[in-house]
Write a protein that binds this ligand. Structure first.
Ligand code: DX5
Ligand code: ZN
Length: 230
């Protein structure tokens, strides 16, 4: 498992009227991946954006587009998200009747395949698809909104997933309530990609984003270093 920390700001907390400027600002501020929250008003009680908006953002950075599909029937749209410029496409286990097939489709589209688990969903649902996965996205809030409180019960789930993964090349990503104060805890448990919306975009300008990203990264890296020294 690589110990490099990936900071993935969630555009959900950005200023939607200035998406280009916001992406450019978080890139200069030190982000690694752009996390894109797609919501359909069915799987989650909120609506955001879809393929045309992702395609419009795509020319403004070369960084990885980490697309989190909080939608029912994702199979219907996987190709569209691939064409819009996604690098990772993550579906929810709860939204996929045939998860194994959905993951195969994503890889056959030439994209990295991720599965996300709601806070109540046991990690056992991924046991038989591990070899089809590039990423596991552990939700640490109930999906739908930014700015919610971190749910501590998921820390044990992250540890169990780390053990299930063994030496496979699969990244554990955590999403929801990640900020200084929780970043170290999830990194110690095994998370290497940290999604943060409100904790990155608070302050509303590039200087603030730089300080916010640095604070999250520092806490996560220190937790990993401390663990390695023990
Ligand atoms: C929630 C989304 C998250 C959200 C996180 O449904 O999947 O990516 O933007 O926001 P914060 O970091 O504010 O909890
Ligand atoms: Zn997300």
């Amino acid at each position: 498992m690589s110990n490099d920390i990936i900071i993935a700001p969630s555009m959900l907390s950005s200023d939607f009227s200035r998406l280009k400027e916001e992406i450019e600002a978080i890139e200069r501020a030190g982000m690694d991946w752009v996390h894109l929250d797609v919501m359909d008003g069915h799987f989650v009680p909120n609506l955001t954006f879809g393929p045309p908006v992702i395609a419009a953002m795509r020319p403004h950075t070369k960084k990885v587009f980490d697309v989190h599909l909080m939608i029912d029937n994702p199979d219907l749209y996987l190709e569209e998200y691939a064409k819009a410029g996604a690098d990772y496409i993550t579906v929810h286990a709860e939204a996929c009747t045939h998860l194994d097939r959905s993951l195969q489709v994503i890889r056959n589209l030439g994209k990295k395949a991720g599965v996300s688990l709601n806070p109540h969903t046991p990690e056992s649902v991924i046991e038989y698809v591990l070899d089809r996965l590039d990423l596991v996205l552990v939700m640490s809030v109930n999906p739908g909104f930014g700015g919610q409180a971190f749910i501590p019960a998921v820390v044990e789930k992250i540890r169990r997933i780390r053990d299930m993964i063994g030496n496979r090349d699969i990244i554990i990503e955590v999403d929801g309530g990640v900020a200084p104060g929780t970043a170290g805890i999830v990194a110690e448990a095994g998370a290497r990609a940290l999604v943060a919306g409100s904790a990155v975009f608070k302050g509303g300008n590039e200087e603030a984003y730089r300080a916010n990203i640095a604070a999250i990264r520092k806490e996560a890296e220190e937790a990993i270093a401390k663990q390695a020294a023990e």
